[in-house]
Design a protein around this ligand. Structure first.
Ligand SMILES: [Zn+2]
Length: 484
């Protein structure tokens, strides 16, 4: 039933017969008519909107459930070229928290065109983003009432599953390109209330991205929302209050910058490079890229400190442990904190049979992460399911045998995270920590608190093996504390 009406020739008599609409088509038709009518919607070429709002700090806040860390977004301007499937966002974001890059406002340019995603740095240099980002940004174009209803009106789009839920009427769409969305409209007004699509998140697996629309206003012969609220899974990740918007205004140049267009496509995580440095007898720093781990040898087993980033990184680190001490089982992984870049390999570690040790306040989240569905991208744990064992540290924990002792301590009161652990190896006077002190970083907003914790615990630290940057001395840490 691709067309609503068809002209039927019956011998000499011509009759116009309107086929009854399906429930799905009725939802789409009501949405189109509420927005300003099918013809007006189909005539729109571009949408420009300006405003201000917030970005959340998903996976990087004080705890997994915390939502207080926000970037204030100003100077937001977005252009959507509907026909050519291009979009570009410019915004300035300012952290309201102790951000690791410092408190200054950051300008961002985030675009997608012709299936290629790109970012433009403040110095004007464009870089290509991954294919996964391109897919997400292409889907994001349809997270707007006009674009989603246009997609739904396309005769090549398949509609299904019309139903009513509370005050909403809901329909599923699958476009000719295979992109799937759920559109909800207000049962009374017919105006779109939400668009939902699914994507893969390394840490959370299959996640719904939902954009909710509110406060419609008349613009250029159509109704457009002036409030957008975006959730990733159950977490609010963006809000926008539109202050100015236009239909078919000046779109500017939305093409992919040459540097990004000519760059090689990024189809997945970079191959892992794992370097090994024996920091002390039975203690290895496994570095090589941005996120490090530390391997510690006991009499009859090994433990790993940190399973960062993703399957690729963590499985390579685990393989390196096997090369360094073949035959000695790697049994446990210590997670320093829940932040996505430091826990992105926990599922891979679980798939290898490792027990996870973390601060007690991260246990519920890591257990949930281990149990979540990863069907869009089947990761190592989805392919090799195993039960997860996650142990919580309350304040401190000692792991010791006849040859090695390591002490895990909560880093109390650190503005980087509420449930962070540091690891102390007393025999070597080595401290392993992530993010509290990153040697070489231009700003060190968390270092003073780390010194306080070391002092309060009376730890005699000579060397620091940081999980970012290069090994440092305790004096380097003290020097890094900002003087106020
Ligand atoms: Zn962190």
């Amino acid at each position: 039933m691709k067309r609503e009406c068809s002209v039927v020739f019956v011998t000499a008599i011509t009759i116009a017969a309107c086929a009854p609409r399906s429930p799905e088509q009725r939802i789409v038709a009501d949405a189109a008519s509420a927005l300003g009518g099918r013809d007006r919607i189909l005539a729109v070429k571009t949408i420009t909107l300006e405003g201000e709002g917030t970005n959340g700090n998903l996976g990087q806040d004080m705890t997994m459930e915390a939502s207080g860390e926000l970037f204030t977004v100003t100077g937001y301007r977005r252009v959507i070229d509907i026909a050519n499937i291009r979009s570009r966002i410019e915004q300035t974001r300012t952290p309201n928290f102790a951000y690791f890059q410092g408190p200054q406002p950051q300008k961002q340019i985030l675009g997608v065109a012709d299936g290629v995603a790109y970012n433009v740095a403040t110095n004007g240099a464009a870089t290509r983003a991954s294919n996964a980002v391109a897919k997400d940004r292409t889907a994001e174009i349809d997270h707007h009432p006009l674009t989603i209803v246009r997609a739904a009106l396309d005769p090549d789009t398949k509609l299904a599953n019309a139903h009513t839920a509370g005050n909403e009427r809901v329909v599923d769409l699958e476009t000719k390109a295979g992109m799937k969305f759920t559109l909800a409209i207000d049962a009374a007004s017919g105006l779109p209330t939400r668009v939902v699509s699914m994507t893969d998140n390394t840490n959370l697996g299959d996640v719904a991205i939902e954009t909710a629309f509110a406060d419609y206003q008349d613009t250029g012969g159509v109704k457009l929302p002036s409030r957008f609220t975006t959730k990733t899974d159950k977490y609010t990740t963006a809000t926008l209050k539109v202050t100015k918007q236009a239909i078919d205004g000046d779109a500017g140049d939305l093409a992919v910058p040459d540097a990004a267009k000519n760059a090689q496509a990024i189809t997945g995580p970079a191959p892992a490079v794992v370097t090994t440095t024996e920091a002390a007898k039975g203690v290895w720093l496994l570095a090589g890229q941005s996120h490090h781990s530390v391997l510690v040898e006991f009499a009859d087993h090994l433990i790993l400190i940190e399973a960062p980033q993703n399957d690729t990184r963590t499985l390579a680190v685990i393989a390196k442990a096997g090369e360094l001490r073949p035959g000695k089982p790697l049994t446990q992984v210590v997670n320093t904190h829940h932040h996505f870049d430091h826990s992105g390999g926990i599922r891979a570690a679980i798939s290898q049979g490792l027990t996870v040790i973390t601060h007690k306040d991260n246990v519920a989240y890591l257990k949930e992460a281990a149990a979540r569905a990863h069907t869009i991208v089947a990761d190592a744990l989805a392919q090799h399911p195993r039960p997860a064992t996650v142990l919580g540290v309350d304040g401190q924990m000692e792991i010791a045998d006849s040859t090695m002792t390591v002490d895990l301590y909560h880093i109390e009161g650190n503005p980087h995270g509420a449930a962070m652990l540091m690891v102390y190896i007393p025999r070597e006077r080595i401290l392993v920590e992530a993010d509290a002190f990153s040697p070489g970083s231009a700003v060190q907003p968390y270092a003073a608190n780390l010194v306080e914790n070391i002092t309060r615990r009376k730890l005699r630290v000579d060397r620091i093996l940081p999980l970012h940057g290069t090994p440092a001395t305790y004096a380097d840490l003290v020097k890094a504390v900002p003087q106020s």
